[in-house]
Design a protein around this ligand. Structure first.
Ligand code: MLT
Length: 328
């Protein structure tokens, strides 16, 4: 009996050391196949664009392709749930914006915990937003828009990318500051929402600048105000909402890269190094700069930089969302 026990113990010890050696080798060789980057919104939107922009240089740094997969719906919470439940092998990575922080206050119960169910790779970029209108809207500036909204109330439609999307947050904060309730129309991302704004099917959309600047410049949409405290260099003629009476109205959309909880440290280190390399790529810098998007500082592009910021933002947005009764 004793012999059987000690044989079993030796077998387990050998198996454990073989497993550990195998795991260590797997971590050392990682990645040996393509990596999936989950995007929580529809293709063609701002999050998707940033994902596709950094996926290429991240893949080059890692020696494998980073393939973008869109998992839209419920303001990003479907994708967050999927990622939280994915295998922690480093082959699933996740890009999400500040919706990772606001979802806590917007949903009664999330099937994941943003502070516990993920590993944090680093922040990516901060994107300004602009309040846009369809080109045929009778209003031509913020004052006229206010008057138009007051006269037409809920006949005015405003697109967003669902509860938890920043377009929804920005749109509802705007309505709360004006003291009006418009007809809010949810989409699976601001990609399809912007398509409808361009087509004139919807009146307003609060969108990130990632793709909108060319449309503003050539007059295919009207820009009523930026959500920044200073005007944006790419569209200097567009006043801020702050300077037009909405004091302190500021929404800057930060982004982070995550993995499911439990990815081994050596793999997390490689992902962080790849992210840093991608953010230093001249092509990424130029394309983000053209859209007035700020690449984060080196200290923010770190696991601690992202985790601390997420924690702070959950505490910042909770009271704002509750005070503005979003969603009511
Ligand atoms: C998107 O990529 O569609 C947006 O980031 C959605 C949003 O408004 O949050």
């Amino acid at each position: 009996m004793k012999l059987r026990k000690s044989l079993l113990a030796s077998f387990c010890a050998i198996a454990a050391s073989t497993f550990n050696a195998g795991t260590a080798a797997a971590q050392k060789d990682w990645p040996t196949k393509s990596i999936q980057m989950i995007v929580p919104f529809a293709a063609g939107g701002p999050t998707d664009s940033i994902a596709r922009l950094i996926a290429v240089p991240m893949g080059q740094a890692l020696g494998q392709t980073v393939v973008v997969e869109n998992v839209p719906g419920a303001g990003g919470t479907i994708a967050s749930t999927k990622v939280a439940r994915s295998a922690p092998d480093g082959y699933t990575i996740y890009i999400h914006h500040m919706g990772m922080a606001t979802a806590n206050a917007l949903y009664d119960k999330l099937p994941y915990d943003p502070m516990k169910d993920f590993e944090y790779i680093g922040q990516v970029a901060d994107v300004p937003m602009v309040l846009l209108g369809k080109k045929d809207l009778p209003a031509n500036n913020f004052k006229e828009l206010e008057a138009y909204i007051k006269a037409n109330g809920s006949k005015v439609t405003m697109a967003n990318a669902g509860p938890g999307a920043v377009s929804q947050l920005c749109g509802l904060l705007f309505q709360s500051r004006l003291g009006v309730k418009l007809t809010n129309i949810p989409y699976k991302g601001t990609g399809p929402a912007l398509t409808d704004l361009l087509g004139g099917q919807v009146d307003l959309l609060c969108d990130q600048t990632t793709q909108t600047i060319p449309y503003i410049k050539d007059g295919r949409v009207k820009a009523f105000g930026t959500t920044t405290l200073k005007r944006l260099p790419a569209i200097p003629n567009v006043p801020t909402l702050n300077e037009q009476g909405m004091k302190g109205f500021e929404v800057k959309v930060w982004h982070g890269i995550y993995t499911p909880k439990g990815v081994p440290q050596p793999v997390l280190d490689k992902l962080n190094a790849a992210l840093k390399k991608a953010l230093n790529s001249p092509d990424v810098k130029k394309r983000l700069d053209d859209a007035n998007i700020d690449i984060v500082s080196a200290s923010k592009a770190t696991p601690k930089g992202l985790k601390d910021h997420l924690d702070t933002e959950i505490n910042v947005w909770g009271p704002v969302i509750r005070k503005a009764n979003i969603p009511d």
